[in-house]
Design a protein around this ligand. Sequence first.
Ligand SMILES: [Zn+2]
Length: 367
Amino acid sequence: MLLRICIGLLLSFSAYAQHTQSACQQIIIVSTDGFRWQELFNGADSSILYNSKFVSDTAMTSALYWTASSEERRKKLMPFVWNYIEKKGQIWGNRKYGNRVAVSNPYHLSYAGYNEILTGFSDKRIIRNTQHNNTNVTVLDFLNATELYKNKVAFFGSWKLFENILNQSQTHFPINCGYQSQQEDTLTVVQQISNAILSFSENRALPTRADLLTHTLALEYLQKHHPSVMHIAFGETDEYAHAGKYDLYLQQAHQFDVFLSELWSVIQSDTFYKNKTTMFITTDHGRGRKNWSSHGPFVPGSQESWLMQIGPNILPLGEMKQDASISASQFAQTIANYLGMTFLAEHPIDNYSEDLMEKNKIVLTQK
Ligand SMILES: [Zn+2]
């Protein structure tokens, strides 16, 4: 009996030691613009999938993404999410279980959404997606100003307007977005090729470049410079939805799942990141429950969002099924807290999410 107690104590001590050793030191935020929780949790929606107005080849697209069971269907759309993150991490926002994630801003547009996610402040003044510089401080700015994360922050995004949302001219960490080429003293071959492709794309009318370029540039930067805090922001899910092309919207969601798996396999095969890095994955707004291609203040349902996370401090609880309500305005402080910091700025900052903290047993320690 005594031996059993001793073994028990030893085991619990080693579990504790492992936990403290594997605490999150790096965080990678990944977002895909305007991707609905409906598709994340249920896969393709039959009321849209079989409508030839939205899908050019319904036979092919349904062969790819349709099956009667919603649990199997979502796996077809996002196999990495449902075969891997679901087992090793957490997926929040399935409203079928009363598990709710939403933006707090009343506009349900991208500038307001990214501002809310990154500054912890639902700023009512940010009404439109216009090219005005944001005066709010992001958690990325804040972390880059700390001793621990100085010059260890980077941002890559597909949408042009991140230049303004992050106030690039005033920001002291690398930002690459829209059709900007990657500027460094020495460029790798991958960076040179990406820059060449971007230069050909320069006059394109779309405000969003190809997500594949964002992914390629971000992954290259990650392996070359090892930033500790990074946000990679994809955008084509929103573009294809606005265009009313449900087949391409699904295809891009599937591609996003591939990006996540590639990113996670790079992270977990690099000793700098392995078992020390959290991937925090979300979207800037939802889309209409009925009017799926649109979003905005008058489109019901477009405030509805979701969140996935995987990392050393994240308990493997899978799809979250308890009653909960999390706001995107709580993400910034939660992210800072995951790194053991408290985010401070002159504007109001929403508190961290108690649901997320409690479910992950994060111990708040100031660094
Ligand atoms: Zn949009």
